[in-house]
Design a protein around this ligand. Structure first.
Ligand code: PEP
Length: 259
């Protein structure tokens, strides 16, 4: 499969921002600013869990909606947690797993990520697994070992059908929310390395079909160059997705690259 036959996915991670009152205005501005609703690009919004039904309604099937996190159990005495099936019932179609903020701030481990990937798939949702190295790990030359370790520990042993529902996001931790972006060539190199690893873990055909998004300070002015790399199949956008106009510019850049 060639790069062009993989979907281009542009995803907004709203993190712990926005309330229900912001959703309608945001979506009106976003779709006003996005000619042809980003034809050729799969758009995904990852809002806080309580906003999912409102975002599902506002996007009116023009985009998919996902949860930012979930627990690996389907129910139980886990105060404050959300089960994948609850996200599904709220209208979510995907779930982010292993975002670096959860790994760093909430101590999420690779073993937990592996359980979450399975739980998400079992609930009929599609996981988007985030991997990425810290600055310290990159400076020690360990970025490849770290990223491939995170990957193999979280996705080993899935079925062919399950692999076909998985997307990956390479998000170098030092580039998230810092304004520092990976050089497009460096990001491309890591994406190609990740794809080779997926070929070994799963199969070459699964690897060539798997969307691998880049995340880390993607902005309107750097999106096109990053998205133009052959193994970068989309963007996971945090800060810049909070502004409807900026996110529309990024989605339009992706649509242009994908055309
Ligand atoms: C993210 O939160 O996944 C992210 C990439 O954030 P930012 O775009 O702000 O770096």
């Amino acid at each position: 499969m060639s790069a062009s036959s993989r979907p281009t996915i542009v995803a907004a991670n709203w993190k712990m921002y926005k309330t229900i009152a912001d959703v309608g205005t945001y979506m009106s501005s976003f779709y006003d600013a996005l000619p042809d609703a980003g034809t050729g690009v799969r758009l995904v919004f990852f809002p806080a869990a309580v906003l999912i039904p409102a975002v599902v309604e506002a996007v009116a099937k023009r985009a998919q909606v996902g949860g930012q996190n979930c627990h690996w159990e389907s129910e139980g005495a886990y105060t404050g947690e959300v089960a994948p099936r609850m996200l599904a019932a709220a209208g979510a179609e995907l779930v982010l797993v292993g975002h670096s903020e959860r790994r760093q701030l909430c101590g999420e481990t690779d073993a937990q990520c592996a359980k979450k990937v399975v739980a998400v798939l079992s609930a009929g949702l599609d996981p988007m697994l985030c991997v990425g190295e810290t600055l310290e790990e990159r400076e020690a030359g360990r970025q490849q070992a770290v990223v491939l370790g995170q990957l193999s520990r979280a996705i080993d042993g899935l079925s062919r059908d399950e692999y076909s529902r998985l997307a990956l996001a390479y998000e170098p931790v030092w580039a998230i929310g810092t304004g520092r972006t990976a050089a497009p060539a460096d990001a491309q190199q890591m994406h190609a390395t990740i794809r080779d690893a997926v070929a070994s873990i799963a199969s070459p055909s699964i690897a060539s079909a798997m969307p691998i998004l880049y995340g880390g300070s993607v902005k309107p002015d750097n999106a096109a160059e990053l998205l133009g790399q052959p193994d970068i199949d989309g963007a996971l956008v945090g800060g810049a997705s909070l502004d409807a106009h900026d996110f529309a510019v990024i989605a339009a850049a992706a649509a242009e690259v994908a055309a």
